[in-house]
Design a protein around this ligand. Structure first.
Ligand SMILES: [Cu+2]
Length: 176
């Protein structure tokens, strides 16, 4: 367990380095609500369409097999396409949205998530894409080890398409 946690933290740091830093967080209103979200194969259960700024996302992965993540990306104000449309884009085009990265929570199967980027708090009002890009069918331990060893690149681990291809994405609006 400890080994896995270390690998996870290392992979988070690498992921943060790979994705760059989000724009400075603006201090939101004193939102103190926590929303418990469940990650399943393949989607998010109990994720509202809207949450007030300052809401903390607490992710628990109830899958028995898959690692899941909650990658929250604030979309540019002038972006009008739906998240369902955006996830159809090729990975290179999707990557253009990564500067809006707000937080990344990663959870091995059956466990609560650890924040690897940000702290799980959504502070800036706006429209967010929530996605999971873990390769389908990847072995959890192999994935976490590969993420730690990839030096910022995508983890080189056997697996199918990212979970978002299986429908693991959501659109979320953070209200002022
Ligand atoms: Cu997933």
């Amino acid at each position: 367990m400890k080994k896995r946690t270390i690998a996870l933290v290392a992979s988070l740091l690498l992921l943060a380095a790979a994705c760059g830093t989000a724009e400075p967080e603006t201090a939101g209103p004193a939102g103190d609500a926590t929303v418990a979200v469940e990650a399943v194969d393949y989607g998010y259960v109990d994720l509202p369409e809207e949450v007030p700024a300052g809401t903390t996302i607490a992710l628990r992965n109830t899958s028995e097999a898959e690692v899941h993540e909650f990658v929250a990306i604030r979309l540019p104000d002038d972006e009008t396409r739906s998240v369902a449309e955006l996830v159809q884009l090729p990975p290179e085009e999707l990557a253009a949205f990564f500067p809006g990265l707000a937080t990344v929570l990663v959870a091995p199967p059956g466990e609560d998530a650890i924040a690897v980027e940000g702290d799980g708090v959504l502070r800036e009002p706006g429209r967010y894409a929530v996605i999971c890009v873990i390769p389908t069918g990847a072995d959890p331990d192999a994935y976490l080890a590969a993420a730690a060893a990839s030096e910022g690149g995508p983890p080189d681990v056997p697996g199918g398409p990212p979970h978002l291809v299986n429908g693991m994405y959501a659109e979320l609006t953070v209200t002022p």
